[in-house]
Design a binder for this molecule. Structure first.
Ligand code: PLP
Ligand code: CA
Length: 302
């Protein structure tokens, strides 16, 4: 890290940051919560920002839930967030298919969780796979011929704790044999906090499995791809120079904010440590960094 390129958040620059932005885009895991636990002071900080008239948006690469399920998760943690303020990679997958005018008579095969299926159904698509294929097996010794649906025009891959050989074969045949079949990945995170105490394999490994069998690269709709940012900018008509992206990962969140021209604030409450940030091999530098979101409250509060 080149010294002087980034600033630790203090009373002076926190106040300048607050005055120079109209909207804060928050990453969720590692910033708002860790697994199922709220990070200390988040609720009061969001309250302060709302009371100052700031627009708040929440973006997560975790595709396992739909926006409705995320709104319930926020509420269970004592934070009221409207569904319209939430952008999950499950929603992004559905919005991506809408944006390319995916024909409604074509079907979508899902290697992933309920969140992706729910968002695809809400957007009017016929989607199947996911949890309903969790226990399907293939008896290879019976020398079966595996049938797949020729009307599948897109395969969406996200975090799937029940990934199996059946799902991989289904996805592979659709992508390899159905002409023009799209291969969409919700995100490529290597690991995720499925629980509070540990990291678990992330969607990146399921996506890699399908890349391996198809020798194709997916369209990625989650961070750091600009798809979600472009979508939320269009929706809220916010000027990116007056937005601040707050995240705990350099290669997803901070890159996501920087690519759009936002100010960026790295919090050290998630996966990035000070030594990762300061490593000479790291070239993704946020404008500011601080320990946790609630430092904003402490620095700006009365
Ligand atoms: N994917 C999965 C499965 C996760 O569990 C997580 C974090 O817990 C993520 C992605 C990253 O989520 P976020 O973008 O909110 O940090
Ligand atoms: Ca995160």
């Amino acid at each position: 890290m080149r010294s002087g390129d980034i600033q630790v958040l203090d009373g002076g620059n926190a106040s300048r940051l607050l005055h120079s932005v109209d909207a804060f885009v928050f990453d969720c895991d590692g910033v708002i919560w860790k697994g199922n636990e709220l990070i200390d002071g988040v609720s009061d900080t969001l309250h302060l920002l709302r009371s100052q008239g700031k627009k708040l948006v929440f973006v997560t690469n975790n595709s396992t839930k739909s926006r409705t399920q995320y709104a319930s998760k926020f509420l269970s943690l004592g934070i009221s967030v409207s569904q319209d303020e939430i952008f999950s990679s499950s929603f992004a997958a559905a919005m991506y298919l809408k944006s390319v005018q995916y024909p409604p008579d074509k079907k979508v095969y899902v290697v992933g969780g309920e969140g992706i299926l729910e968002e695809l159904h809400l957007a009017g698509f016929t989607a199947f796979g996911g949890p309903e294929d969790a226990h399907k097996t293939i008896q290879l010794k019976e020398n079966p011929f595996f049938h797949h649906d020729n009307d599948v025009g897109a395969v969406v891959v996200g975090l799937d704790p029940y990934i199996n050989f059946y799902k991989l074969q289904y996805a592979t045949l659709c992508i390899r044999e159905n002409p023009g079949c799209l291969f969409v990945a919700t995100n490529r995170d290597a690991v995720g906090h499925m629980t509070n105490l540990q990291e678990w394999p992330g969607a990146g490994c399921m996506v890699a499995a399908v890349c391996g069998s198809t020798q194709k690269e997916p369209i990625v709709v989650g961070k750091p791809s600009t798809f979600m940012m472009d979508f939320l900018l269009k929706k809220f008509r916010i000027d990116t120079s007056r937005m601040c992206m707050v995240g705990d990962r350099l290669d997803t969140d901070i890159l996501f904010g920087q690519s759009a021209g936002c100010k960026t604030l790295l919090v050290l409450s998630g996966v990035t440590t000070l030594s990762i940030l300061q490593d000479s091999a790291n070239n993704i530098l946020p404008d500011y960094y601080t320990d946790k979101v609630s430092d904003l409250l402490q620095l700006l509060g009365p």
